[in-house]
Ligand binder design. Sequence first.
Ligand code: C5P
Length: 211
Amino acid sequence: MTDLILSLDVTDRSEALRIAAAVAPEADAIKVGYPLVLAAGLGIAHDLAELGLPLIADFKVADIPNTNTLICEQVFAAGFSAVIAQGFPGPDSVLACVDAARAAGGECYVVAEMSHPGARTFFSEGVPERLCAIVAETGADGIIAPATRPERVRALREQVGTKKILSPGIGAQGGDPAAIAALVDGMIVGRSIYGAEDPAAAARAYAPYRR
Ligand code: C5P
């Protein structure tokens, strides 16, 4: 299965709810991050949960273990089913997120590599591979890896085995669903869906790549 995950990075609450409702029948999950939560409040998760899709909190949590625990407890109490954490603070920080996810029956994903051009500055020279080792060590559910670099996703698949790979960077950042869908478990798509005149139709265009 390759899921289609809507990245709902809009900053108007009613627009977010309208787009999410229109796209929900064409999608497998919704990812919400700082843009929407800072604009509309954490309670937006409760409203989106009514659509019946898993909700992923893209807060790229990156603090000391105790603070990570406190953040993740709020995330899951709000109705999210998964959280995205950074791995660079180290295994104990990631483990705090994994433990909070498990306590809530949820999932935790770790950013292994980012999709924008500047990501090469620090996500290079074996760092993504070391982050994948932290995923294995902590029992996290999978990684976030860049659809803009399918060759890197292939290399990271070697590292994570059957754990899930969720991949942003398709569409607006130039990633090609035809090149990435078979390599990953989830395609994360934002602007090319929510920015379209007809978001549901834009989401439907990804149907051939959902397996
Ligand atoms: O609009 P677009 O499809 O580029 O949205 C991609 C989403 O995925 C954004 O929310 C972005 O913050 C997120 N993301 C990313 N690269 C990562 C991790 C998350 O683009 N490595």
